[in-house]
Write a protein that binds this ligand. Structure first.
Ligand SMILES: [Zn+2]
Length: 455
């Protein structure tokens, strides 16, 4: 394997039971150790050799598998506060009758702070080391993320509706671009543009965004083809399918991240392939809202990069990437009626390298390779539900239940150690989150009493 000059002292050498580097695909190493220096992976060497290398710390993880940190490529962190407020409803009812009215009443800096902290804790303890986020007051999300130490792509929302954060799309862009400037040199946080969707952003605004992403080489994330009815509405309004509209306006390209992508025609897939745009698949959210199914097996075979995302906790309701991988692998089989579709190795790749490519970070994260950032997680596979150890990658994808994380690092900084978060205070976070449901209930009761329903 890749060896390090033994004369140079390392910061940390991890000796896990297994290493799953993700690249090369499907590889499971035993008796190997990972060397971390200056926040980067310096090498993967046989443990016999590694034990003799000088390091500030040697960490033995005898029942753990070490793998690259998981990348949650789509979400709305502060919506953790809305977890469970509106279940079992279709997308537009869920949005228009429940989520948007509650957001109109409650979204504030305090809401975003408390919701983001809860999400960060949830993400971190579920093995996510990099996440993408689209929500109002992204400046607050950036501050909280910086404290937590996770890596993030924050795509500031652009929507042609007045919100507590911005009165119109023009203000969204102004505030968002100022934030992008502020975080230009941040080591872990990058700021991109989050156009909400083609039904909530006008073609004029989308055109403006096309100019901006080209000028700034900025990432763009957009909800696209979330449902069949979104496609039907676009055909009625614009005379073309949402992805064709984006293509015509110059919005597709290697920095474009299309979230959801259900109800796809062969032409739609061709547009994705030819433009090198990315698909972010959110299987649990799509299933819960009965939105549709993204044909990820066909997409991957057509050469499209597929990443995974949880979406917000109001439509999932978990932010656990292990659960998302499982669902992606299972759903792909049902969608294609092929048990060979999205095997465990491919699901794990979508949750790591696929996410890294979508976020433009494949040179930095997504696999355990010398030179890449030391964004790593360790999962304990000694519990009964991951026994016996016939197949490590199979267990990671199909058998975990989200309780396996023991350690996590971002750029070599330890975020979780022996199952304990080091940068966040769980008691305080849970206590602050717990104050919100009472406010939501009081508001819902008050509007129900006057007969002025949430719709
Ligand atoms: Zn979303």
């Amino acid at each position: 394997m890749n060896s390090l000059n033994p004369s140079s002292a390392a910061d940390l050498i991890i000796h896990p039971r297994w290493v799953v580097p993700v690249s090369p695909s499907g590889q499971v190493l035993t008796h190997h150790s990972v060397i971390v220096t200056d926040g980067r992976i310096a090498g993967i060497v046989p443990t016999d050799e590694a034990q003799d290398i000088q390091a500030t710390e040697h960490l033995s993880l005898p029942s753990q598998v070490l793998l690259p940190g998981l990348i949650n490529a789509h979400g709305h962190s502060p919506m953790t506060l809305l977890r469970g407020v509106a279940d079992d409803a279709p997308l537009m009812t869920w949005l228009q009758d429940h989520i948007w009215p509650l957001e109109a009443e409650f979204v504030s800096e305090a809401f975003v702070r408390d919701g983001t902290d809860l999400a960060l804790l949830d993400l971190m303890m579920g093995g996510t080391t990099t996440f993408s986020d689209m929500y109002f007051f992204p400046d607050v999300t950036a501050q909280r993320t910086d404290i937590a130490g996770l890596r993030a792509q924050l795509v500031f929302p652009v929507i042609d509706v007045a919100t507590a954060w911005a009165s119109n799309s023009e203000t969204c862009l102004e505030k968002g671009l100022a934030l992008r400037d502020e975080y230009r040199d941040h080591a872990l946080i990058q700021v991109g543009i989050g156009a909400h969707s083609t039904y909530s952003v006008t073609a004029t605004t989308l055109q403006k965004i096309a100019t901006l992403i080209n000028e700034l080489d900025a990432p763009l994330q957009i909800h696209l083809h979330e449902t069949q009815s979104e496609v039907a509405t676009a055909l009625e309004t614009h005379g073309e399918r949402p992805i064709s509209l984006l293509n015509r306006l110059g919005l597709l390209g290697p920095r474009t991240q299309c979230v959801h992508m259900t109800a796809l025609s062969d032409d739609d897939i061709e547009l994705l392939t030819n433009s090198n745009s990315h698909v972010i698949h959110c299987p649990r959210s799509n299933m819960k809202l009965a939105s549709g199914i993204s044909p990820v097996d066909r997409l991957i075979k057509a050469g499209v990069n597929v990443a995974l995302g949880t979406d917000g906790a109001a439509s999932n309701n978990r932010l656990n990437m292990l659960a998302e991988m499982q669902m992606a692998a299972l759903l792909a089989k049902l969608e294609s009626m092929e048990a060979t579709a999205l095997p465990a190795t491919a699901a794990l790749e979508a949750a790591t390298l696929g996410g890294a490519r979508a976020l433009g970070l494949e040179g930095t994260i997504g696999s355990i390779e010398p030179g890449k950032a030391a964004d790593l997680i360790a999962l304990d596979l000694s519990q009964s539900h991951t026994q016996p150890l016939n197949n490590v990658i199979s267990h990671i994808v199909y058998a975990t239940n989200g309780t396996e994380l023991t350690h996590s690092w971002v750029a070599g900084q330890a975020l979780v150690r022996d199952g304990q978060p080091l940068t966040l205070a769980p008691d305080d976070i849970v206590e602050r989150a717990a104050r919100w449901p009472e406010k939501f209930k009081a508001y819902q009761a008050s509007i129900d009493l006057t007969g002025n329903h949430l719709s």
